[in-house]
Design a protein around this ligand. Structure first.
Ligand code: ZN
Length: 345
């Protein structure tokens, strides 16, 4: 049996711009409505650093109350909420133009001192548990996704996750790389592009069996050529995201070298239910089934972002396809359900 998980990074833009209603509450409501129609389960990875900071600002309080009500409602409807964290929000302050001024010295959780990482994680976990145990007294925040997928170097962050009682991470996507001034990781050597593994306490890429080690449930990823990455949908996202990215790209890079490098190498293509076209998602699922037609419990983790949920028909089409073609092979589950079945919660 293959378990398909829909995980949703729930946040505004990573540079502190954007509307909570347009990028979080509105699209998530539409996503959850479609998921409910098909019995699909969504795990919301809530970026709590921005919520905790914005809540201190009088002008954002009403919007954050809507976010909190939406997370509670999602839980009550059988979905899940887990911890996503962009630490650059913890010292953020409101700018004059409605944009938040972020603290880029704290961009990567993996680069924070151990004590600070523990403090931030503890606050984030407590925020979710305080909110969601009102809906389900047994709710535990037990899974984590790092802001901008930054889990390298791994030692401090893995120790911090364990210290606060987090059992699983879902930040790794095989072949992913980032070498910006604030974010750095390389997942070329990740143990698998789709199968979970207990991680080595010093290197998240390596498998190291141990009952108490953090479990990595990677984001399902395939390798693709530059040209297969170019779809009308991706180009639309490129246009929409111009000027709203994380402001971390190094300046002065040779444009021709960047283009040549992009064309010549293979790229990681995540199972992204917001960015992939419907035919791309169907083909990817067909390949998933071919990988493990008789598996006992193979959790496949797909990803989306609330700010990128613009093509509802593709998501609906994917759920129709699963229900029509793979009803007996694929089940929808939340992260918490999977962790319980794997005896990790
Ligand atoms: Zn994020």
């Amino acid at each position: 049996m293959i378990v398909l998980m829909f995980t949703l990074d729930y946040e505004i833009y990573g540079n502190g711009t954007g509307s909570i209603e347009d990028l979080i509450v509105g699209p998530t409501e539409r996503l959850l409505a479609i998921a409910d129609e098909f019995g699909a389960k969504v795990t919301v990875f809530a970026e709590v650093a921005e919520f905790m900071t914005m809540k201190e600002s009088h002008s954002c309080r009403a919007a954050i109350e809507k976010v909190e009500a939406q997370m509670a409602s999602a839980m009550a409807r059988g979905h899940d909420v887990q911890l996503h964290f962009h630490p650059q929000w913890m010292n953020a302050r409101p700018g004059s133009d409605g944009r938040w001024l972020l603290d880029y010295s704290e961009y990567s959780m993996a680069h924070l001192p151990f004590g600070k990482a523990v403090e931030y994680l503890r606050r984030g976990k407590a925020y979710l548990e305080e909110l969601l145990q009102r809906v389900d007294p047994d709710y535990v925040c037990s899974a984590f996704r790092a802001g901008n997928w930054c889990m390298v170097p791994s030692g401090n962050i893995l120790r911090a996750l364990k210290t606060v009682g987090i059992k699983a991470d879902s930040s790794v996507f095989k072949w992913g790389k980032e070498q910006g001034p604030h974010a750095f990781y390389n997942y070329d050597d990740a143990y698998s592009s789709f199968m979970p593994w207990p991680v080595d306490p010093e290197d998240i890429n390596r498998r190291n069996d141990g009952a108490d080690h953090i479990l990595e449930i990677p984001i399902y990823t395939e390798r693709a050529t530059f040209f297969s990455m170019i779809t009308r949908k991706r180009l639309a996202f490129k246009r929409l995201s111009t000027g709203t990215r994380n402001d971390v790209n190094p300046e002065g890079r040779n444009a021709l070298r960047v283009l040549l490098n992009a064309v010549c190498r293979l790229h990681p293509k995540k199972l992204d239910f917001c960015k992939l076209t419907l035919p791309e998602m169907k083909k990817m699922l067909d390949r998933v089934i071919a990988k493990d037609p008789y598996g006992s419990l193979l959790p496949i983790c797909s990803i989306g972002h609330s700010k990128e949920f613009r093509f509802e028909d593709d998501f609906r089409g994917l759920l129709e396809y699963v229900n029509r073609r793979y009803k007996d092979i694929i089940q929808f589950k939340t992260f918490s359900q999977v962790l319980k079945e794997l005896k990790r919660q």
